[in-house]
Design a protein around this ligand. Structure first.
Ligand SMILES: [Zn+2]
Ligand SMILES: [Zn+2]
Ligand SMILES: [Zn+2]
Ligand SMILES: [Zn+2]
Length: 299
């Protein structure tokens, strides 16, 4: 689905991809830029939802801003429902909104050695029960889901172990199961500035909420020098609110979304009348955000 948006400078309307091109050529924008000379690196970012291409934005942000600043902006304008974790994936590194005790697969659990004084685990103990669901673990680690499922299977069915099994160093255990090449992405917090991690033309990802995630792709379109405060973000254009038809009757304009029947990337938009066949507690307002209808997002 395609959506138009209005250029903040010349007020003309363009489609998503047309807008990215237009902004680089817009005369009104050029004039505005020339009035504000400066030496701050300013990043033109195009942002789009990975599944719902009708949601897009073109912004300018100072290179002195941190990834926290950009994350906060995305939360404010599009994402925040109930304070979920989020993460930027840039190159081989994940920049996390929180690194505090949220990572059950963190050292020393995986990289050992185990504390030899730990008591043995009770019989029948299923270690995978205390881990996050495989989908989440895969996202956090940035590895294919199959690899995580395999790993979970192995953890669930340890081999007949000598009494000292859990007191032996972990690398031996991992070696035994061929997990030596289990690749981990580097994890850091979001305190890095944009200018220190982004280059021209670079594409990177953002995930909000590792359960019902909203996934965005961001691309550096242009880096220019100018005057811009660290806290400023300039929205040059964003998509107009998409108009949905009711997915059930196909005849009337949709006015709500059923969260119970929607999942990320799939919007179950309903008209007033058809919405009556759905649980009223699952109905959420239609808002101009890729998170519309997800979790408890109300805009
Ligand atoms: Zn324009
Ligand atoms: Zn939520
Ligand atoms: Zn309907
Ligand atoms: Zn429903």
């Amino acid at each position: 689905m395609k959506t138009n948006g209005v250029c903040a400078y010349c007020k003309n309307s363009y489609t998503g991809s047309g807008m990215t091109r237009h902004l680089k050529a817009c005369k009104a924008r050029q004039e505005a830029i020339e009035k504000q000379k400066g030496s701050t690196p300013i990043f033109h970012l195009r942002i789009q939802d990975d599944y719902l291409s009708q949601y897009w934005m073109n912004i300018e942000i100072s290179g002195k801003s941190t990834l926290y600043d950009l994350d906060q902006f995305l939360r404010d304008i599009w994402l925040e429902c109930c304070g979920h974790l989020s993460s930027f994936a840039i190159g081989d590194t994940d920049y996390e909104s929180s690194l505090e005790d949220d990572y059950l697969l963190d050292e020393p659990f995986f990289e050992g050695p185990f504390d030899p004084n730990l008591p043995p685990l009770p019989p029948g103990f299923d270690i995978t029960k205390i881990l996050r669901p495989p989908e989440e673990v895969a996202k956090i680690l940035g590895v294919p889901i199959e690899q995580v499922k395999e790993l979970f299977e192995m953890l669930r069915t340890p081999p007949p172990a000598p009494p000292s099994f859990f007191s032996s160093p972990m690398p031996m255990f991992m070696g035994d199961f061929g997990l030596g090449d289990f690749k981990r992405r580097e994890q850091r917090d979001m305190s890095a500035t944009l200018e220190s991690v982004l280059k021209d033309d670079m594409e990177f990802g953002h995930i909000y909420d590792f359960g019902s995630s909203t996934e965005l792709t961001l691309k550096v379109q242009e880096i220019r020098k100018g005057k811009m405060a660290k806290s400023d973000i300039n929205i040059m254009a964003r998509n107009d609110a998409p108009q949905y038809m009711c997915v059930e009757c196909g005849r009337k304009k949709a006015v709500v979304i059923c969260a119970g029947c929607s999942w990320p990337g799939n919007i179950t938009a309903l008209c007033e009348n058809c919405s009556k066949n759905h649980d009223e507690y699952s109905l959420l307002p239609l808002v101009n955000s890729p998170r519309t209808g997800v979790c408890g997002y109300t805009g």
